[in-house]
Structure formats: structure tokens, C-alpha cells
Design a protein around this ligand. Sequence first.
Ligand code: NAG
Ligand code: NAG
Ligand code: NAG
Ligand code: NAG
Length: 220
Amino acid sequence: MFSTLIIAAVALPLALAAPAPYRLPESVFRRQLNDTCGLSTVQQPPSKLTPPGDHNQLVLIALGQGTQNYTCTNETAIPASIGAVANLFNASCAVSQKTSLGSVAEDANAVGQHFFVDNTTPEFDIIGLGNTQLKKAEADPAPNAATDVPWLKLDATNTNTAVRSIYRLNTKGGVAPATCAGQAAGAVVQVDYEAQYWVYACPDAMAARRQKRSLGLPLN
Ligand SMILES: *[C@@H]1O[C@H](CO)[C@@H](O)[C@H](O)[C@H]1NC(C)=O
Ligand SMILES: *[C@@H]1O[C@H](CO)[C@@H](O)[C@H](O)[C@H]1NC(C)=O
Ligand SMILES: *[C@@H]1O[C@H](CO)[C@@H](O)[C@H](O)[C@H]1NC(C)=O
Ligand SMILES: *[C@@H]1O[C@H](CO)[C@@H](O)[C@H](O)[C@H]1NC(C)=O
């Protein structure tokens, strides 16, 4: 289901188009704590990443599909990461009900978007879970590191968000070409990738968020 790597060079501008903020329907928000898919018993595939803290709960496994973006300053440079853009699909049930944690079906429901606010700050906007900015805390090479981007532990930068950590696991694709040979100066190189994003939230933070919403206070 993952197509062959497509590497396309596109011209500037570099500006990231942030998607419009999602509306967060209360009914969707409440469903997050209803463990329909049995996420409470799902185990991450083994890695060297530090496990999530006990106080955090797995609330979503999202399939991300998009591109890792790199830029080339000149033909002799090495491609430098400038982030990623991906659509997120709800794969919670698909993954939890499989014995093998491979890729999931593409007919899952869209639940949000992943993009970067600057070269090192990923953001995830997820229906019902709000908009969360994170920082890379740990990385572990993927089993097939030559083609697949590393597995990551990302931690939220803001203590007010319900989402505390997101793990990027079971990656496919996304690795930059080894060199910038043949690229125009300033070119952006886009490499297709897929990943599972395992989203952990603090139930207390989610309750606080719900209360803020009911009082009409700003969320995050
Ligand atoms: C990265 O690639 C996506 C396509 O997946 C594109 O929409 C986006 O504008 C690119 N970002 C940058 C900074 O080039
Ligand atoms: C994902 O799908 C499951 C099963 O339909 C549902 O219970 C859960 O609320 C969904 N999560 C999100 C973030 O939409
Ligand atoms: C949780 O989800 C199940 C399955 O969708 C549903 O039957 C049940 O009513 C839900 N419980 C709550 C408290 O929303
Ligand atoms: C090419 O870009 C790299 C990285 O920015 C830089 O170190 C190098 O000096 C540049 N080479 C030339 C010929 O401009």
C-alpha cells in the first residue's frame, strides 16, 4: 500500500501554510476517553525509546501519510531537514486489532494534520485533542534505516496541552537522498513517507481542557 519513493524537487517559496484551526466538537472530545478500540492493552513495537510515563494514556494511533521535506543550499551540500507535512488518519482500531503492527488500511477516518512551525518544531492538530507543539526527545533508527526515517519520541513543549507525548513508529520511507547532486540551489526535496503516530495524553489534562471549554476559556 505504500507506493515507491517519489522524490520531487519543487521551487521556493519555503513558507509553511498552516492549516486552518480545527473546531473541536464536544462529542468527539468526550469519545477520546472511551477506549472503543482497546488501546489500553496495546503494546508499542519494541524500540530503544523510553516508554511513556504511567500517568499518560494511549488515546490514538494515527497513520500519518505525507512527505519529509529537505532543502539543498547547493549541489555539494547534504540535504537538510526542514520538517514534514502529513495527513493523519484514525488507525486506533486497525492497529489494536492486528497481531502484526504493520501499516493499516487507508480507508481510516481523517483526524487531523501534522506540519512544522519551524525546522525543529512539529505540530499535530487532531480533532478532539487540540493543537500540540512538540520537540524531539529521543530517536532510534528504524529497522530498515537506509530507507525509513527513525522512530522518535516527541514531547509536548507546553504543559497545558492534553497531549503529552507522541511516538513516531513503524516508519516507511522519508529518508533524504544522500547528496544534493542535481538539485538547484535552494530546492526543496520532498520524500514520501508513512508512520504510525502513537498519541499519549494525560487524562487529568484532558479533564482540565473540558472544564476550560465549558467555561468558555481559551484552550491552548
Ligand atoms: C513540504 O512538502 C509539502 C508536500 O508534502 C508541501 O505542501 C509543503 O509546502 C512543503 N514545505 C516546505 C517548507 O517546503
Ligand atoms: C478513532 O476511532 C475510534 C473508533 O471509531 C474512536 O473511538 C476514537 O474516538 C477515534 N479517535 C479520534 C481521535 O477520532
Ligand atoms: C463507548 O463506546 C461504545 C462503542 O461505541 C458505546 O457503546 C458506549 O456507549 C460508549 N460509552 C460512553 C460512555 O460514551
Ligand atoms: C554549499 O553549502 C554548504 C552547506 O550550506 C556550505 O558549507 C558550502 O560552503 C557550500 N558550497 C559552496 C560551493 O557554496
